[in-house]
Design a protein around this ligand. Structure first.
Ligand code: ADP
Ligand code: MG
Length: 443
C-alpha cells in the first residue's frame, strides 16, 4: 500500500525531495481507514506532517478506495516493526492487526468541519435535522449535486453525528458500488439473509452515489426491498446522487417516486466567500499558516469543485516547501497555471458580466452603469458588481470605475447586499446561479 501511495504522490513531489523525505520512511501498520508510517526522527515527522500529510492522505484515499483515510507518522519504526514481527510469529499477523486496529482513527467529515454557504445551506440544514432526529423529519433525505461539492462529507457527517449522540445506533455508510458488490456476492454465495441483515438491521443507512444504480435491474430490486424494510420501521435513509431523482433515467419509477417521499435538496457550487472560508478552515485544521491574500487568490481561481480547491492549496504549499519559497500570490499563480485547465483559468472581463446581466434583466448598458436609483436598474447593477467581485480578480476601485466611476464602498455595499440575499433567499440564489452559468459559458 505504502509504495502505491508513494507512487501517486511522486507525481506532485519532485524526485530529490521524495528521496530526502521518504527514503527513511516505512509503513508500520495498516488500519481499516489509515496507515501508520514511521520516520527516522522528529524533524522528519514534523516536516512530513506539516507539508505532505494532506497529499499523502489524498493518495491513500485513492489507493484504499475510501474517502476518509488518515496517515499517522511516528518516529523510530525499527523497534516497533521488529516487535511486531516477533508477536506475529506467536499469534499470527492477522489477529495482532485486528486486535490493535481501532475501528476509526478520526473523523474528518463532520458537521464541525463543514463550512456553510449559499450553495449548501439547505442541504446542510436538512442533514443536520436528520442527524438530530433520525427517521423522524425527512425520510429519505436525498441530496444531489455536482462532483466535489460536499455530498459525501454531509452523508458521513450525519453518520458521525448519530454515532456520537448515541453509540448504540447502528449506522452504515456505503457507496452504491459497495452495495452492488455485496449484493452480487450474496447471490454468488447463496447468502441472501446475510445481505438482508447487513442492510436492514440499521438505524441509519447512508447510500452514496446512487446514480450508479442505473442499469442494474437486480440490484435496484434489492435496493427497493431494503428501502421498504427500513422505511417501514422508520429507519433513516440518506441518499446522495449527482443529479435529481427524476433525471436518474433508467431507474425504476417506483424507486424514483420513493426518493421523492422525503426531502430532495441540492448542493450548488460555493460562492467566493464560502470558498475562502473553506480554505481558511482547512488551513486552520491542518495548522498551516497562509496569508488571506493567497487563500483569496486560490478561491478566485478554483470555483467549481471543493476537492480541487483544497488540492490546489495543498499543492501550492508542497511546492513552496520543496523549493524553499515563500507562499505568495505570485507563487500560487505559478503553481496554479500548471494544474488548472485553461477554461478555469481564463479571465472573465467585467464587460462580459455587464453584458450578460443587461441581457438577463433586459436593460441597456447605459442604464446599468448610469445614475438612476430606480430599482429596475439599481438591483441589476448590484448584481453585476457582485458578480464582478466574484468572478474576476479586479479590485473594488477598479470595479467601481467600470460602473460609471462609483467608489469602492459602493461596490462593497452592493456585494454584501447580494451576498446576504443569496444566503437568505432561494430565488436570488437561483437567479445568480443562472447568470453565472451564462457568463461562464460565453467566456
Ligand atoms: P462530493 O461527494 O459531493 O463529490 P465531497 O463530499 O467528497 O464531495 O467533498 C470534496 C471535498 O471537499 C472533501 O474533502 C470535503 O471535505 C470538502 N468539502 C466539501 N464541502 C465542504 C464544505 N462546505 N466545507 C468544508 N469542506 C468541504
Ligand atoms: Mg462523493
Amino acid at each position: 500500500v505504502w509504495n502505491e501511495v508513494l507512487d501517486r504522490v511522486s507525481e506532485h513531489i519532485n524526485a530529490p525531495s521524495l528521496k530526502v523525505w521518504f527514503e527513511g520512511t516505512r509503513p508500520v501498520q495498516l488500519y481499516e481507514d489509515g496507515l501508520e508510517i514511521s520516520v527516522p526522527n522528529t524533524f522528519a515527522k514534523e516536516y512530513i506532517e506539516s507539508r505532505f500529510r494532506p497529499l499523502l492522505e489524498e493518495a491513500l484515499d485513492g489507493v484504499l478506495g475510501q474517502e476518509e483515510t488518515s496517515i499517522i507518522v511516528s518516529v523510530g519504526g525499527q523497534g516497533r516493526r521488529a516487535g511486531r514481527e516477533e508477536t506475529s510469529a506467536e499469534t499470527g499477523a492477522e489477529s495482532v492487526l485486528s486486535a490493535r486496529t481501532p475501528r476509526s482513527l478520526k473523523a474528518k467529515y463532520t458537521f464541525d468541519s463543514f463550512v456553510i454557504g449559499a450553495g449548501n445551506r439547505f442541504a446542510h440544514a436538512a442533514a443536520l435535522a436528520v442527524a438530530e432526529n433520525p427517521g423522524v423529519v425527512y425520510n429519505p433525505l436525498f441530496i444531489y449535486g455536482g462532483v466535489g461539492l460536499g455530498k459525501t462529507h454531509l452523508l458521513r457527517a450525519v453518520g458521525h453525528y448519530v454515532e456520537d449522540q448515541d453509540p448504540t445506533m447502528r449506522v452504515r455508510y456505503v457507496t452504491c458500488e459497495q452495495f452492488t458488490n455485496d449484493f452480487i456476492n450474496s447471490m454468488r454465495d447463496n447468502a441472501p439473509l446475510e445481505f438482508q441483515k447487513r442492510y436492514r438491521e440499521n438505524d441509519v443507512l447512508l447510500i452514496d452515489d446512487i446514480q450508479f444504480l442505473e442499469n442494474k435491474v437486480e440490484t435496484q430490486e434489492a435496493f427497493f426491498h431494503t428501502f421498504n424494510a427500513l422505511y417501514e420501521e422508520n429507519k433513516q435513509i440518506v441518499i446522495a446522487s449527482d443529479r435529481h431523482p427524476k433525471y436518474l433515467q433508467t431507474l425504476e419509477n417506483r424507486l424514483v417516486s420513493r426518493f421523492e417521499w422525503g426531502l430532495v435538496t441540492d448542493i450548488q457550487p460555493p460562492d467566493l466567500e464560502t470558498r475562502i472560508a473553506i480554505l481558511r478552515k482547512k488551513a486552520m485544521m491542518d495548522r498551516l499558516e497562509v496569508d488571506d491574500e493567497v487563500l483569496t487568490f486560490i478561491a478566485s481561481k478554483v470555483s467549481t469543485n471543493i476537492r480541487e480547491l483544497e488540492g490546489a492549496l495543498v499543492r501550492i504549499l508542497a511546492y513552496a516547501s520543496l523549493y524553499g519559497r515563500q507562499v505568495t500570490v505570485a507563487l500560487a499563480e505559478e503553481v496554479l497555471r500548471d494544474i488548472l485547465p485553461d477554461s478555469d483559468y481564463r479571465e472573465i472581463p467585467i464587460e462580459l458580466i455587464q453584458h450578460e446581466v443587461c441581457r438577463y434583466f433586459g436593460i441597456s448598458k447605459e442604464d446599468l452603469v448610469g445614475t438612476s436609483r430606480s430599482k429596475a436598474f439599481a438591483y441589476p447593477r448590484q448584481v453585476a458588481m457582485y458578480l464582478s467581485r466574484e468572478l474576476t480578480d479586479e479590485s473594488l476601485p477598479k470595479i467601481g470605475k467600470a460602473f460609471g466611476g462609483r467608489d469602492h464602498s459602493t461596490v462593497m455595499h452592493a456585494t454584501n447586499k447580494i451576498a446576504n440575499l443569496i444566503n437568505s433567499d432561494r430565488d436570488t440564489f437561483n437567479q445568480i446561479h443562472e447568470i453565472t452559468y451564462h457568463i461562464k459559458s460565453k467566456r
